[in-house]
Design a protein around this ligand. Structure first.
Ligand SMILES: [Zn+2]
Length: 382
C-alpha cells in the first residue's frame, strides 16, 4: 500500500512543533500533558490527558482519540499499548493521542458526562443547516454547552495540526469490531474534486486499518443525527482531514481480542501513512467478514412480538435474507405464537446483538451491515 498521493513524505522536510494544552512536542521524545476542558463548580478543573510522541524524522501528524463515550474502554487501552516510548524507535512524524475525551464519563462508566445531557460525540463544530430553516433557527437559540465550547477549542488544535485522525469507540454488549466510513459532504459544486480526493484517502485509510468497513448513514440521516459533528465527522467534513471511527467490540470492559485488533490497526494506519516502516498486517484476533458488496449499518430486524430472545447468530456471522437470527419464547420457554422466528431482512453480516435476553415488540434484535448503494460523496442536504 502506498501513502496517499496528496502527502508525499519527501515534501515534509521540517518537523512541526505541535502543542496541545500543556504538551509540546520534542523530536525523539514522548511528552505528557493536559488540555483544560472546563472549570468545575467545586474548584477542580476537568482536563484531558494528552500524549505527544514525535520521531526524529519529519512526517505527518496523526491524531488518535478514544473514550468520548465514557463506558467505551478498549480504545484507551489500545492507545496506552501503542503510544509509549518504544513507538519512537522507528517513528517519522508525530502522534498526538488523547486516551480519554470524556474523563467524567470514564470515572462514572457512563456514555455521557454527568454534567451534560447530550451525546458528547455530537459536540464538534459543523454545519447546522440553512438559517431560514425553523429547525436551524431553534437549534441556534440553544446556547452551546460546556462540552460544545471545550470541543470547539480542541477542534481548533485538530484543524491546525492534524493530517489524519482515528477516533476509537466500542459498540455494544456483544459486538464485532469494525470501521465506520462516513460520507464526504460538500456545499458547492466546485468543492467536488477536493471532496472526491478526500474520500479516496479516507477510504484507503479505512482499508489500511484492517477491520471490516461499514458505511455511515446517507447524507440526510447523517446530518439529522448530527453525525457530522462527531469527532471524526467534524475532522472529515469540517476540517477536511481523512478521519475514521473505529468500533472495538464490547462496551464496559476491555476485550483482549478487540484490543489486539485495535493495536494492529493503529500500527497499520501509521505504516500506511509512511510513519512506521513495514506493510500493514492482517487482523486475525476478531472476525473480519467479507461480503461482495458495500454495506452500511442498520438496526434490523426488529421483533414483531415481546418475549424471551434466543440468538442463533454471533457477531461477525455472514447471513442471507431469510436466515434465522433468533427465536422468541414466553417465560415457560414455549415459542410465542406467530412471530417466534426472527429472520434476516437482507443479505449482510451481523455487527452486534442488540439485546441480552429480554425483547419487547418493535425493538431492534441485531445491528447489521446491509447492502448500501448510496453515493459516498454527496452534497449537504438542503
Ligand atoms: Zn462510542
Amino acid at each position: 500500500m502506498t501513502p496517499p498521493v496528496s502527502m508525499p513524505l519527501e515534501d515534509i522536510v521540517e518537523t512541526k512543533t505541535v502543542q496541545v494544552g500543556t504538551a509540546e512536542s520534542r523530536p525523539g521524545e514522548i511528552v505528557y500533558g493536559w488540555f483544560d476542558l472546563a472549570q468545575l463548580p467545586t474548584g477542580h478543573v476537568e482536563r484531558l490527558p494528552v500524549i505527544i510522541a514525535q520521531g526524529r524524522e519529519p512526517g505527518p501528524v496523526f491524531w488518535f482519540t478514544a473514550n468520548i463515550h465514557g463506558d467505551e474502554l478498549t480504545g484507551m487501552a489500545a492507545i496506552h499499548d501503542v503510544v509509549k516510548p518504544d513507538l519512537l524507535e522507528n517513528l517519522r512524524g508525530t502522534v498526538v493521542a488523547i486516551p480519554s475525551l470524556n474523563p467524567a464519563g470514564l470515572r462514572t462508566v457512563r456514555r455521557v458526562p454527568y454534567f451534560e445531557s447530550q451525546d458528547p460525540n455530537r459536540s464538534f463544530p459543523g454545519y447546522t443547516g440553512p438559517v431560514s430553516d425553523p429547525v436551524t433557527a431553534e437549534r441556534q437559540q440553544h446556547p452551546p454547552s460546556i462540552y460544545d465550547l471545550a470541543m470547539e477549542r480542541l477542534f481548533q488544535d485538530i484543524h491546525s495540526t492534524a493530517d489524519y485522525l482515528v477516533d476509537l469507540h466500542c459498540y455494544g454488549l456483544q459486538s464485532s469490531s469494525f470501521t465506520i466510513r462516513d460520507r464526504v459532504l460538500y456545499h458547492k459544486e466546485e468543492e467536488l474534486p477536493t471532496a472526491n480526493s478526500l474520500y479516496r484517502q479516507m477510504d484507503e485509510m479505512c482499508r489500511a486499518f484492517g477491520l471490516p468497513v461499514v458505511n455511515e448513514s446517507e447524507a440526510g440521516r447523517y446530518v439529522d443525527q448530527k453525525l457530522h459533528r462527531s469527532t471524526s465527522g467534524a475532522a472529515l467534513n469540517e476540517a477536511r482531514i481523512p478521519a475514521i471511527t473505529v468500533e472495538l467490540g464490547l462496551i464496559g470492559g476491555v476485550d483482549p481480542d478487540a484490543l489486539s485488533a485495535g493495536r494492529t490497526g493503529l500500527y497499520n494506519v501509521l505504516k500506511w501513512a509512511g510513519m512506521l516502516p513495514g506493510e500493514p498486517e492482517k487482523i486475525i484476533s476478531v472476525p473480519v467478514p467479507e461480503v461482495p458488496f458495500s454495506t452500511r449499518r442498520e438496526n434490523s430486524p426488529r421483533a414483531r412480538a415481546s418475549g424471551i430472545l434466543r440468538y442463533h447468530v454471533r457477531p461477525g456471522d455472514i447471513v442471507s435474507e431469510g436466515d434465522l437470527i433468533g427465536t422468541l419464547t414466553d417465560i415457560f420457554g414455549t415459542p410465542v405464537p406467530e412471530f417466534s422466528e426472527i429472520r434476516a431482512e437482507s443479505d449482510g453480516w451481523i455487527i452486534s446483538l442488540s439485546r441480552g435476553a429480554i425483547c419487547y415488540q418493535g425493538q431492534t434484535v441485531t445491528n447489521m451491515a446491509m447492502r448500501d448503494d448510496a453515493p459516498m460523496v454527496e452534497p449537504f442536504p438542503a
